[in-house]
Design a protein around this ligand. Structure first.
Ligand code: NDP
Ligand SMILES: CC[C@](O)(C(C)=O)C(=O)O
Length: 329
């Protein structure tokens, strides 16, 4: 049984009088920085000149280059793309690290796969929201929070866990529940989840359903509503009350079809493939491929990204969503 941490178990005073540098102001950076600020934490943003810099300034933050952020901060939260972290760390963070500083991550990739090796006299911990960044912010502003994981890789000060929990409270995660884990467990489960289920698995399922209907002569607009748009509404019910809540709301006809046909879609072969994907993650094969792909300037990633953007479901969806003024574009 895991131990869960909630608001009452985390003490924001561990961040009092400290400066937190949020390095990166993208999906997670903007959300974590804004939530922390509203929780009363002093935040500066570390960036290179560019789009995010302008945005962070417009949002009222003091923005400095990463070298300065690393020198001024007590706590450095690295929210750069995983594939860039090692280089920026080496050039602009490592040279300034001093004993007692805290290095934080929201994903364990670089520590677990040995791309970043911090000195022994700094704390190294993780606060990983289990949510896309934009929802980290949205749910917090609605008074809620997204769940999170904390982990301590190095505890030089004896306070690494308290600081990680305080940070998790500052961004709203202890409202929903925080679990203590290891960098290894977070890295492997996160990579598996996004590949096999949340991003890879779901995207392929949605496209396969859409293509099956369209290839059989049905209207693409109907296929879009059926296989993509309604997915959000179905998942909302799962989010609120699990599979049972979803099955309570759908018709008994749908529920019977769910039991009969679902296992024909996700078969033993699919589960065997999932196990293979997990093994490749555990053995570092996926990490190696991703690192090499970036060193080669992403030829495979760019080609697939382009063809995915041109999938017919994207064109139909863009047109249909135009009429739905309540959906944030
Ligand atoms: N996306 C998500 O929801 C989740 C992400 N994570 C983790 O959070 C971390 C951040 O990911 P994410 O928020 O997706 O990242 P994004 O790609 O959304 O944002 C990256 C930010 O880093 C900046 N940046 C990129 N390169 C540099 C550089 N060389 N020097 C300075 N700044 C730079 C970008 O600024 P610019 O505008 O200049 O390019 C941008 O502000 C990763 O470890 C990821 O695994 C964890 C959970 C969920
Ligand atoms: C599901 C993708 C994710 O792991 C996330 C939003 O949690 C990510 O790394 O972006």
């Amino acid at each position: 049984m895991v131990t869960m941490y909630y608001d009452k178990d985390a003490d924001l005073s561990f961040l009092q009088g400290k400066t937190v540098a949020v390095v990166g102001y993208g999906s997670q950076g903007h959300a974590q920085a804004q939530n922390l600020r509203e929780s009363g934490v002093k935040v500066i943003i570390g960036l290179r000149p560019g789009k995010s810099w302008k945005q962070a300034e417009e949002d009222g933050f003091e923005v400095v280059n990463v070298d300065e952020a690393a020198q001024r901060a007590d706590v450095i939260q690295i929210l750069l793309p995983d594939e860039r972290q090692a280089q920026v760390y080496q050039d602009s963070i490592a040279p300034y690290l001093r004993a007692g500083q805290v290095l934080l991550f929201s994903h364990g990739f670089n520590i677990h796969f040995g791309q970043i090796v911090p000195p022994a006299d700094v704390d190294v911990a993780m606060v990983a929201p289990k949510s896309p960044g934009h929802l980290v912010r949205r749910v917090y502003t609605e008074g809620g929070g997204v769940p999170g994981l904390v982990a301590v890789h190095q505890d030089a000060t004896g306070n690494a866990k308290n600081i990680a929990l305080a940070y998790a409270k500052g961004i709203g995660c202890t409202r929903a529940g925080v679990i203590e884990t290891s960098f290894r467990e977070e890295t492997e489960t996160d990579l598996f989840g996004e590949q096999a289920v949340l991003c890879g698995g779901v995207s392929e399922l949605v496209k396969a359903g859409f293509e099956t209907l369209v290839n059989a002569g049905y209207e693409p607009e109907i296929a879009y509503f059926e296989c993509l748009h309604e997915l959000k509404l179905i998942v909302d019910l799962m989010y609120e009350g699990g599979l049972s809540r979803m099955r309570y709301s759908i018709s008994d006809t749908a529920e019977y079809g769910d039991y009969m046909s679902g296992p024909r879609v996700v078969t033993d072969a699919t589960k065997a493939e999932m196990a293979k994907i997990l093994k490749e993650i555990q053995q570092g094969q996926f990490a190696k491929n991703w690192i090499i792909e970036n060193q080669a300037n992403r030829p495979v990633f760019n080609a697939i990204r382009q063809s995915e953007r041109n999938h017919p479901i994207e064109e139909v969806g863009a047109r249909l969503r135009e009429m739905m003024s309540w959906i944030k574009k």
